[in-house]
Design a protein around this ligand. Structure first.
Ligand SMILES: Nc1nc2c(ncn2[C@@H]2O[C@H](COP(=O)(O)OP(=O)(O)OP(=O)(O)O)[C@@H](O)[C@H]2O)c(=O)[nH]1
Length: 505
């Protein structure tokens, strides 16, 4: 029981220490992962900033180009714009918007038909020819590449597309480039943005303070903003969204790249790193969010090996310590029980000695007081034992004493106590006796057993025994009183003429 408890304690200690070791190794790995996370964020931020800057530069050069002579027939812009688009593949479309006051719609329609054909005229953004009442319209005059999808946009009023209107308004109010909130780009409907600015707001001094009449804009696909060679760790996610868009997908998130999906246990045990940064200054307010749910993969093979070795060593150390503790406490207990045995038993016969007998008797007295039963104390003194020693020597005498002890044990009950308190004197404590007859019967059986001959080597030895019996509580309440009464009765019996003792060869 004791050993089992010690081994269970060792197991618990080993589990706790192993868990602590795992925790410290894991936290070291997670620290490394945090550094990796920060450098990935820095790298992404840098690349993204460059792309946003490139967008603005392209828009500025296109605006400059358009401002030189925006009355040039639009189709003549084609080679320059086509070159820009070739060089910057993240731009899907470059377009030009003209502000057309309500009174000039007819003139605008004529110019449009001159450039594109008779079917072209100012329309609503969805294609309707019925225009709502407005002070001015903002139709697209030109969109490159001149694909079917882009040609369909020519003449459509951007003011009627809510997100474009919002961006135009912002651009007019702020007087600088503005990025629209996320919208679906034609023809595939990819998520993207429109970056636009007024053309003639800064170049012609006379126009300062007036509303810009021309706008240029570029369409950029959201997924082209982040580098294509981005290598995400398992569990890492990147998302990019306009500052004013809601965070929740699908509208809010322009881009969401995810690695492996962590398990519920990983989510419970490992921390999640998350950070977000606003980029692009005032004109392109995009928020980059990088998050990383840490998991088992962040603890490398090396760390696992170190942990397993450490755990193995801990197991061995604790196991050995537990084993030697159990062994030393076992042998200590054994020594203690040997010492107890030596202090409380007779060396020759192995019976209880006077010490232990007094103890048992005292204990029996206090117990019997509560139950109301009786105790019997038998005092035995061997008759004519001295001649055995004198005739055959002490060795034979010792052997006889051992055989007598064994015969006494055979006669009495297991719960009774027998002790050797002198050279040839024995006492027996009988607990819970009902009547004197019970003790008398035992005394008679003892007498008969002890008087049987002892065959030792070639000698046949006979000894007799005299027995006196005292009862608790009638004969005394104290141990010494009881012993004195039993001794006195024994002595009386020894004097009786029919005592029998002889030694026989
Ligand atoms: N062999 C042996 N003899 C012992 C031991 N202890 C005591 N004796 C002997 O036991 C004897 C006891 O003395 P007594 O009681 O006078 O001898 P006894 O012949 O039985 O006398 P009665 O009781 O009058 O019959 C002595 O001779 C002691 O030397 C022992 O451990 N071993």
């Amino acid at each position: 029981m004791h050993a089992r408890l010690v081994y269970a304690g060792c197991l618990v200690l080993w589990l706790i220490l192993s868990a602590l070791a795992a925790l410290s190794i894991a936290s070291r790995s997670l620290l490394g992962a945090e550094q990796q996370f920060n450098s990935q964020l820095q790298q992404l931020t840098e690349q993204l900033k460059q792309r946003l800057l490139a967008n603005e530069t392209i828009l500025d050069s296109y605006a400059t180009f358009s401002s030189i002579d925006h009355r040039t027939e639009h189709r003549q812009k084609h080679p320059f714009v086509a070159q820009l688009l070739r060089r910057y593949p993240q731009i899907t479309t470059l377009a030009h918007i003209e502000r057309v006051p309500a009174g000039q719609v007819a003139g605008y329609d004529r110019a449009l038909q001159r450039d594109y054909g008779a079917a072209y005229r100012l329309r609503g953004f969805a294609g309707s020819v019925r225009l709502p009442e407005q002070d001015a319209y903002f139709p697209l005059m030109y969109a490159e590449p001149q694909s079917q999808a882009n040609l369909r946009l020519v003449g459509r009023d951007a003011w009627q597309q809510p997100r474009l209107r919002e961006a135009l308004q912002d651009c007019i109010n702020s007087g600088r480039a503005t990025l629209s909130r996320q919208l679906r780009l034609q023809p595939q409907g990819d998520p993207g943005y429109v970056l636009l600015r007024g053309v003639d707001d800064r170049l012609d001094d006379q126009l300062i303070g007036l509303l810009p009449q021309h706008f240029v804009m570029l369409f950029v696909r959201a997924d082209s903003l982040l580098p294509t060679d981005i290598a995400l760790q398992p569990g890492m996610e990147v998302s990019l969204h306009h500052r004013d868009d809601p965070l929740r997908p699908p509208e809010g998130q322009a881009l969401h790249l995810g690695g492996a999906h962590p398990s519920a246990l990983e989510k419970l045990l490992f921390p999640r790193l998350e950070t977000s940064q606003l980029l692009g200054g005032g004109s392109q307010p995009l928020r980059l969010t990088l998050s990383w749910q840490q998991g088992w993969a962040q603890i490398g093979l090396f760390e696992w090996t170190v942990w397993m070795l450490l755990s193995l060593l801990l197991g061995l150390g604790i196991g050995l310590a537990g084993f030697s503790f159990v062994r030393s406490s076992d042998s200590r207990r054994q020594r203690e029980s040997q010492l107890f045995h030596l202090a409380n038993h007779d060396r020759l016969t192995g019976l209880a000695n006077r010490n232990l007998f007094y103890d048992r008797l005292q204990h029996a007295i206090s117990r019997i007081d509560r139950s109301g039963k009786r105790l019997g104390l038998l005092f035995l003194d061997l008759d004519r034992f001295k001649p055995v020693n004198d005739t055959y020597g002490h060795m034979v005498g010792d052997r006889v004493l051992q055989l007598i002890a064994a015969r006494i044990r055979d006669v009495i009950r297991n719960e009774d106590t027998v002790a050797r308190i002198g050279g040839d004197e024995f006492v027996i404590l009988m607990e819970d006796i009902e009547s004197n007859r019970e003790a008398d019967k035992v005394a008679a059986r003892l007498k008969q057993a002890i008087q049987m001959p002892y065959q030792i080597d070639q000698h046949r030895v006979l000894v007799g025994v005299s027995i006196g019996i005292a009862y608790y509580p009638e004969d005394g309440l104290l141990i010494d009183e009881l012993l004195a009464v039993a001794d006195r009765k024994m002595y009386g019996n020894k004097q009786s003429p029919n005592r029998h003792s002889e030694t026989v060869d």
